[in-house]
Structures are given as structure tokens and as C-alpha cells.
Design a protein around this ligand. Structure first.
Ligand SMILES: [Zn+2]
Length: 107
């Protein structure tokens, strides 16, 4: 296969993987209030896709997932979002840990 075509195919696979992550993200969000364990399972599937395809989780999704316990984070429900020193600080209501992301990258 020519190099260009191979690259194109790789992009296609990555696009499909990202689409799949978004779908799982929506499922995780929908299941959170009634079924937090299933919601967490969807989050784990998102992480699996990311690892298997060696692509990073889109930033918008990443900030809604606890990187310590994989809980889906919903502001006002199980997560607190604050700004501190140019960082967005997210507290997980499930495991109580915090994550920090540079605020600049957040659109
Ligand atoms: Zn957590």
C-alpha cells in the first residue's frame, strides 16, 4: 500500500475510534444518575479504545473523567470545577481526588 493511502487509512481508523469515544461518553453521561457502575464501565471502554488505538482521549471528554477512579464527572452532581492560578481544578466526588488542567487549553 502506498504511504499516503496507509496514512489515510490510519486517519480513518482514528476518526472512527474518536466517534466511538463520543458515543460512549454520551452513554456514560446518560447512565450516571441511575447507574453509576455502568457509567464507569463506559468510561473504561473509552480508555481501552484510546490505549488500543494509541490515540489520546479528546480534551473535552478527558475533563469529564476522573483519572484516578474513572468516574464520569458531572458538575454539581459528583464534581466541582474551580479556577486556580490559571489551572482548572476538578475535584472528584467519588474518590475525593483532584486533577489539574491548564486553563488556557480549555476553549
Ligand atoms: Zn475519582
Amino acid at each position: 500500500m502506498p504511504k499516503a493511502a496507509r496514512k489515510q487509512q490510519k486517519n480513518l481508523i482514528q476518526n472512527i475510534a474518536v466517534q466511538r469515544m463520543w458515543r460512549l461518553f454520551e452513554l456514560a453521561k446518560a447512565e450516571l444518575p441511575e447507574n453509576p457502575e455502568r457509567s464507569r464501565h463506559y468510561v473504561q471502554l473509552i480508555r481501552n479504545i484510546s490505549m488500543r488505538n494509541r490515540i489520546s482521549i479528546p480534551g473535552e471528554i478527558k475533563r469529564r473523567i476522573c483519572k484516578h477512579c474513572y468516574a464520569f464527572l458531572m458538575p454539581g452532581h459528583n464534581a466541582r470545577y474551580r479556577l486556580r492560578d490559571g489551572f482548572i481544578v476538578i475535584s472528584c466526588g467519588h474518590c475525593g481526588k483532584e486533577m489539574r488542567y491548564p486553563y488556557k487549553k480549555l476553549k
